[in-house]
Design a protein around this ligand. Sequence first.
Ligand code: NAD
Length: 419
Amino acid sequence: MTATERGRLLTKLGRLIEDRAESLAALEAKDTGKPMRLARGDIAALARYFEYYGGAADKMHGETIPFLDGYHVSTVWEPLGVTGHIIPWNYPAQMLGRTVAPALAVGNATVVKPAEDACLVPLKLGEFAAEAGFPEGVVNIVPGRGEEAGAALAAHHGIDFISFTGSPEVGTLVQTAAARNHIGCTLELGGKSPQVVFADADLDAAVNSVVNAIIQNAGQTCSAGSRALIQRNIWDKFVAELVARFGKLRAGSPEMDLDLGPVISAHQKKGIDGFISRATGAGVPCLARGQVADGVPPGGFYVPPAIFGPAPRDSEIAREEVFGPVLAALPFDDEADAIRLANGTDFGLVAGVWSGDGGRALRVAKKIRVGQVFVNGYGAGGGIELPFGGMKKSGHGREKGFEALYDLAALKTIVIKHG
Ligand code: NAD
């Protein structure tokens, strides 16, 4: 198939998704528990991935390279072959679009292993791909347990690349399996992303952003803003505002469309509750908690949002990924201290820098070791056009944007001696 034809198919699939956006959003909300508002945004992003990479498919081209006299050298991008995609339960729709659309755009066939806790939209997407006219075998959705179907996919000799999003522990297993087969792999393993708030920032905008970045998807977001680093001279004022906001947050069912939904499973709730009780036991002050709304259906896995602070710099709550609506707040003294603190975990995914001083914001943005930095804003999961990925324990490889295409394709150099 030509690149243009591939692009058209991707675009067509994007339109099919748009046409059925409301029913897909309802399915995503039902499967994951997220509020409808968020699910609608996820489906819009899913459609946008196919639109973006549909447009990109016939714009990825090689170069000619000056070489010796009598030679013509050019490079061409080729598909890798079959790419495997192990995706998590937090954003099943978005994750599928993010990883599969660029793989298809460059001409690969794909095998997707959705998470056992949320696979309904990925399965539906398999049907849509067939309807859009993708040839049989090009889009394969294979649900199953991680240790069974996921491990089998990662270790399969027929796979030419594997992309994984999930926990660092499973990431190690997937990368080891990829190494045995000498294939490439992209790992996206979460984070402990800071928002750094200087005293000269627009504090109202910063407060909104700090709250939203940790409650989005009940904190189950790899790029959640889970650390608020606050300059010491505005600590009292800023924290008072956060406390007021946290106290008003409400968790409810998807249809209630409140600030956040339940978390994905009893297992996930137990894990988050464990972080909360260990932080409390260690004497870290819990400054505020939200509430579960009246009238939620019984049996849901609700976790009222919590803010802890000042969290000691070496405490678990300040360093480890909770993957729930739990914010750790820490004070810092000056620019150097802010950078040290922002870089003070094993992770390096996203950061936000809030300052009215453009020079300072840029200096700090350049010194934080993460894949994406937002200045006077924060984009947990946002921006299909923006290259995204980790440093340190957050993983490696880049997804989103045009750059994603390069990881999913092989560059071939053709050297012609013409005399
Ligand atoms: P996980 O890593 O176990 O699961 C992610 C995906 O990997 C799922 O599709 C799962 O079936 C698959 N998988 C599990 N074991 C596998 C194996 N041995 N081989 C191949 N694939 C396997 O994540 P989880 O248990 O769903 O969540 C645990 C923690 O992981 C969370 O609390 C969170 O910290 C982190 N997480 C991060 C992200 C992210 O976006 N970075 C997403 C989900 C979970």
